[in-house]
Ligand binder design. Structure first.
Ligand code: NCD
Ligand code: ZN
Length: 350
């Protein structure tokens, strides 16, 4: 049957290769939204203070497990936040003990809670060399932070100024260029022959910069890296639906309360966890490539991380528009759920 005629599709249970769960009351409120559909997720370490050491990753993981709803089958894959004082031997031990799956590189100041990130890449070379040796991936927030670089150019600039030199210096390091937003990044990943992959978020497959800025400013569409022009969004969709193993889902679901987003200097981050699978299905279906959703959401990520794909499955079915809440309530305040601006016809059967 051609993909366009599908009204039901069973796929291996998906994983989310880039997720913000936060802590405390927020963690409690948002974790069930991910655990409902996803088997595993790479957990971002940008808490305050950040998750830098293996000891911190152990306690954060325990808080996540405590917050899991009864009966949920979900495995958090922890990351360590790379700083200029990260101890290579702590990273080695965390990987060997199964405590940390990856290390996260934030250029200092690039995004929410990234003040302890890296400024001088020579200072982290020792850690990167150990990671290359043990096959531990580096997840990279790929934006330069220089104030004189236009925010729409920061990702493309990062490739030339940071990523290319870094990959020359440590060629055996496995790198995930996270939440790519540009044709430039898609091309760069496609042109590489090994050790490089990219995650693509739900929202970057759906919105471009007009959604944020035309007809009034829409803070709920503001995230980092900021959405680019339409041609870039189209390039991301092409990469996602292609089945190319180097591209996989990292939702970057990043909850902030409405008061934190709706202010003169609002936070970056879009909360997509509740409707991600329905949104993705809409994108893949519209492109006539529904069957490729499994490669993107369930197969390519595990392959890059050298983990088995999940054996359990989910079934997506197409029908009347799905009803979903505009907000979830947390003890810290309401969090707005991403609204793609069109009806969602695909639901996940539970
Ligand atoms: C993320 C957050 O809120 O932690 N925000 C975002 O816009 N994506 C940080 C990040 O991943 O850049
Ligand atoms: Zn993120």
């Amino acid at each position: 049957m051609p993909d366009r005629q599908l009204t039901s599709l069973t796929i291996r249970r998906p994983d989310d290769w880039h997720l913000h769960l936060r802590d405390g009351a927020m963690l409690q409120a948002v974790l069930p939204e991910t655990a409902r559909h996803f088997a595993r997720a790479i957990i971002m370490p940008n808490l305050v203070p950040p998750v830098v050491t293996s000891a911190q990753a152990v306690t954060y993981r325990a808080r996540i497990m405590d917050a899991l709803p009864q009966g949920a089958d979900f495995t958090p894959l922890m990351t360590l936040y790379l700083t200029e004082t990260t101890d290579p031997e702590d990273v080695r031990a965390a990987h060997a003990a199964g405590i940390a799956t990856a290390v996260k590189l934030y250029p200092a100041g690039a995004t929410t809670n990234s003040a302890s990130g890296v400024t001088d890449f020579e200072k982290v070379r020792g850690v990167l060399e150990v990671m290359a040796e043990i096959g531990m991936p580096l997840c990279v927030h790929g934006e330069v932070t220089d104030h004189d670089i236009d925010i729409f150019d920061r990702e493309a600039m990062f490739i030339d100024r940071v990523l290319k030199p870094l990959r020359k210096k440590v060629p055996d390091l496995k790198i995930v260029m996270e939440h790519v937003t540009t044709q430039d990044a898609v091309d760069y990943v496609r042109d590489s022959n090994k050790n490089l992959a990219a995650t693509i978020t739900t929202h970057h497959l759906i919105i471009n910069r007009n959604h944020i800025l035309a007809g009034g400013i829409k803070p709920h569409f503001y995230c980092l890296p900021v959405a680019k022009r339409e041609a870039h969004r189209v390039a991301l969709v092409q990469a996602a639906i292609s089945g190319d193993k180097r591209f996989f889902l990292g939702t970057d679901s990043a909850p902030h309360t409405d008061p934190a987003k709706l202010q003169a200097c609002g936070c970056a981050g879009i909360f997509t966890a509740p409707t991600t699978m329905s949104c993705l299905a809409e994108v893949f279906d519209a492109a006539g490539r529904m069957r490729k959703i499994e490669s993107f959401a369930s197969l390519n990520g595990p392959e890059f991380y050298k983990l088995p794909a999940n054996t359990s499955t989910i079934t997506l079915t197409k029908g009347e528009p799905v009803q979903y809440p505009s907000h979830i309530q947390t003890a810290d305040g309401p969090v707005t759920v991403f609204d793609p601006g069109f009806d969602l016809h695909w639901r996940v059967e539970e």
